[in-house]
Write a protein that binds this ligand. Structure first.
Ligand code: 4AD
Ligand code: MG
Length: 514
């Protein structure tokens, strides 16, 4: 038994603070390697990881046998001494002197060591969350939430909450989840914005941070049916001030994550150039210019989309050839035999990694010509698709603001340009590397008559918007705000390919369990 009454329990993220001391650790077995006289048990406790070393000499026969019997996800309590080991994450390991099993897991733990398909992982989300990659993503999610609140709180914004049951649509009527509210039709909130505007007229600068619901009847890597949105709304702000705030905000959160989540970013193998690129100013281009750039009619830094994408494609082809050569070489060495078990395992995982990269590169090889094709033929006046956003941001390498949108493709509440009535003061922020739109915002229409006409034009039920129109009747002022899709932000910061990994229990078309 482990003596938990005399020895202090420590959490693994703080283990190094107890160097050379005796401690108790409570966690689960992540991995185990044994040799004749030593068993290495990788333990996780939620806060972090440690390699626990169980040797016959230090732990004795009984504990050694117990350690031998450990299987994946066994819950264990261990005691031992924290010793320095620079090779380990955190710079230490635990030399075990006693150990005790809390519960021996059933033998059929679904997420064993082998690779699993996404459907299977999704069905086992309740267990998948225990993996190291998910650990890293969830911790970044947590830290980002903290940074977001800090950013706004330090700047005098008041956090307020919009209702989730709503009587009216905000972002068009096609993605509404309808529900019954004591016999009345209600919708789950698509956005807290309209309420945010009312709150900004009362409190000045506010932000909401709540769940948002969109019935997106398609499976894409960027859409959830339930996601979280940060929505600041500011009285006396115009479009430019809005963009300034978005830029300061995104840079702040990214810098905070880069500073505070180094271990998590390492686990995720995030390309850190993202954080370097964030130091430059985000370009601000109008929708019309963005279209010209896509179509190759306007250059960026002396280059057209065609030139950039063609050189990307050539680089992809070179990389594919390199990877294939490396795989063949490594496989030949493995086949030749005479390699020690440890080295062999290392080579196997190297080949797996290369094959994954190959898949990604081959996907790019297929995609780039299609992206180029659709960019060059982009119909002016339309909304961008995912690939257009990828191409556009590729031209800059940083997040890009696209503003001044055609009125016809944007929401009813956006302010019309006084001197150019076909356009509205909306803005999207597009993230590079294929992550696409992370922010949507606008200066709001503050003129009663223009707004009324827009509501009618969009065939929205006037009764449901009377309270909203009131804001333009009683002391209307210029105001603006935006919505940041929290999971889109996390996707981008962590570099994960699919949005389903950025939220503990994703809800999307076809996914209600677990
Ligand atoms: O562009 P959207 O639809 O804008 C609004 O809802 C505004 N009312 C916000 C405002 O001005 N207060 O959504 C804002 C952001 C998008 O840029 C995207 O990041 C995210 O919300 N988003 C989604 N994220 C995940 N799954 C979905 N289905 C999403 N739809 C939008
Ligand atoms: Mg949008």
């Amino acid at each position: 038994m482990v003596d938990t009454t005399q020895i202090k329990t420590v959490s693994l993220d703080k283990l190094a603070e107890s160097m050379d001391e005796k401690v108790v650790v409570r966690g689960w077995v992540r991995n185990k390697r044994d040799s004749k006289a030593i068993i290495f048990v990788e333990v996780r406790d939620g806060s972090g990881f440690v390699q626990a070393v169980v040797s016959l000499d230090d732990a004795g026969q009984e504990a050694f046998d117990l350690a031998k019997s450990l299987s994946l996800e066994t819950s264990v309590i261990l005691s031992g001494t924290v010793v320095k080991d620079e090779r380990q994450v955190g710079g230490c390991e635990l030399v075990v002197d006693a150990l005790q099993i809390v519960q021996q897991p059933a033998e059929d733990y679904p997420l064993g060591k082998k690779a699993h398909g996404v459907e299977f992982l999704g069905n086992n989300r309740h267990l998948w969350l225990r993996s190291k990659k998910q650990w890293a993503i969830m911790r970044i999610r947590n830290r980002a939430k903290y940074a977001i609140h800090t950013f706004f709180q330090e700047r005098g914004f008041i956090q307020m909450d919009a209702p989730f049951f709503t009587g009216n649509a905000c972002e068009g009527t096609t993605t509404l989840f309808e529900t019954d509210f004591y016999g009345e039709t209600a919708y789950l909130s698509q956005s807290g914005q309209l309420y945010g505007e009312a709150m900004a007229m009362a409190l000045g600068k506010i932000y909401t941070f709540g769940p948002t619901f969109r019935a997106e009847k398609s499976k894409t890597r960027r859409h959830l049916s339930e996601f979280w949105m940060i929505e600041p709304e500011m009285a006396y702000y115009d479009l430019d001030m809005n963009m300034d705030l978005i830029e300061e905000f995104i840079k702040y959160v990214a810098a905070d994550i880069a500073e505070k989540c180094t271990e998590e970013l390492t686990v995720l193998e995030r390309d850190m150039s993202l954080f370097e690129n964030m130091k430059s100013t985000f370009p601000r281009i109008t929708h019309s210019d963005a279209v010209r750039i896509l179509r190759g009619e306007q250059e960026v830094n002396g280059k057209t989309t065609k030139e950039i994408l063609e050189s990307d494609l050539a680089a992809v082809k070179v990389r594919i050839a390199e990877i294939n050569a490396e795989i063949s070489k490594t496989e030949a060495e493995m086949a030749a035999g005479g390699i020690k078990k440890g080295k062999l395992n290392w080579m196997r995982s190297k080949v797996d990694k290369l094959k994954n990269e190959l898949k990604e590169e081959e996907e790019k090889e297929r995609n780039i010509p299609q992206w180029l094709e659709s960019a060059i033929n982009f119909p002016p006046g339309e909304d961008f698709g995912g690939s257009d956003e990828t191409v556009l941001t590729r031209m800059f390498g940083t997040p890009v603001f696209v503003y001044k949108w055609p009125k016809a493709i944007k929401a009813f509440y956006m302010k019309t340009y006084e001197d150019d009535p076909e356009f509205v003061k909306g803005v999207d922020l597009l993230a590079p590397e294929g992550f696409g739109e992370i922010v949507g915002g606008a200066e709001r229409e503050d003129n009663y008559d223009v707004l009324l006409a827009a509501i009618k034009h969009h065939e929205l039920p006037l009764e449901a918007f009377e309270w909203y129109l009131d804001l333009r009747k009683y002391g209307s002022v210029p105001h603006a705000g935006f919505g940041l899709g929290f999971e889109r932000l996390i996707m981008w910061l962590t570099g994960v390919h699919h949005i389903r990994e950025t939220i503990p229990f994703p809800r999307s078309y076809g996914r209600l369990f677990p």
